[in-house]
Design a protein around this ligand. Sequence first.
Ligand SMILES: [Fe+2]
Ligand SMILES: [Fe+2]
Length: 163
Amino acid sequence: MVNLGWCPPAGLIDAATATYNIRSQHDRIRELLQRARAVADAALDGNAPSPDAVASAIGDIHATMVVHSAFEENALFAILHDRLSLGLEHMKRLRDEHARQRVILASLHREAAVCPELPLLAAKLTFVTFWLMADMDEEERTMLTGATSASACDPTLGTCVGK
Ligand SMILES: [Fe+2]
Ligand SMILES: [Fe+2]
């Protein structure tokens, strides 16, 4: 699992801090997904780095997304609280999408655990990387705009979650 650089906040966090930390997690997840896509591409070409490389990448993505979606649902209360007119609709959409992601990733992870060398896994892994990348882009376009500030990530101020 990729290190998302996050530990639970001691108390409420502000919208700018929440936004900064979600974007930071997205950057790390994008790197994870790019590595996973390279593994899937190699496997589809018959050159997997190891027999269980695809299954291992699926497990990493599943574990990482469980942590990320839990953080995001908590942190977004801070962001959406600042935009009450948008809050309920966006929160419902986010939770629905997270529920869908949890089901699909858990199912794929189970499949990978049972049959780690199944050829179809690489194609499914490729799909998952594109799907999750698109979802993060969508979240940043619709929910994470306008709430960032430089002070949100200044560790000297003690405001940056995960520092
Ligand atoms: Fe999300
Ligand atoms: Fe996200």
